[in-house]
Design a protein around this ligand. Structure first.
Ligand SMILES: [Zn+2]
Length: 132
């Protein structure tokens, strides 16, 4: 079953690769710093540690930002509405979009004249900001 109205949740693979490389580099830097510390080279150790910690923080920040935008995208999804029209008496009815709906599809009979109604339009309802 295909779902044409699903929002894309995929994160860019390039971004993920960059994040992974940055993360590995930071781990490597911390490892080098730890090694230098064990070898008695305190100056190199602190340099590597700071480098590693900064890179780690940066990659974590980017990951956090990416996740936040994905979350926002999911929240933005608005309900889809289908308008049904009776071709005989012109009665209009609105209901939520249902899977398999398409324009000119025959739906339930008209409550007024019992003639089959057809879907006239399908659209996404956009809510005004700050208006519930
Ligand atoms: Zn009708």
């Amino acid at each position: 079953m295909s779902e044409p109205f699903t929002t894309q949740k995929k994160t860019s693979p390039i971004l993920l690769a960059i994040l992974l490389v940055t993360f590995l580099l930071s781990i490597f830097s911390i490892f080098l710093g730890f090694n230098a510390y064990l070898g008695g080279d305190a100056e190199s150790a602190s340099t590597y540690m700071i480098l590693g910690a900064t890179t780690l923080a940066l990659s974590g920040y980017v990951l956090f930002q990416t996740r936040k935008s994905i979350f926002r995208l999911a929240l933005k999804t608005q309900p889809i509405t289908a308008t049904m029209l009776c071709e005989k008496c012109g009665l209009k009815n609105v209901r939520d979009f249902q899977r398999g709906d398409y324009i000119f599809k025959e739906v339930e009979p008209c409550p007024k004249c019992n003639e089959k109604m057809v879907i006239a339009s399908i659209y996404r309802v956009v809510k005004e900001k700050g208006n519930e």
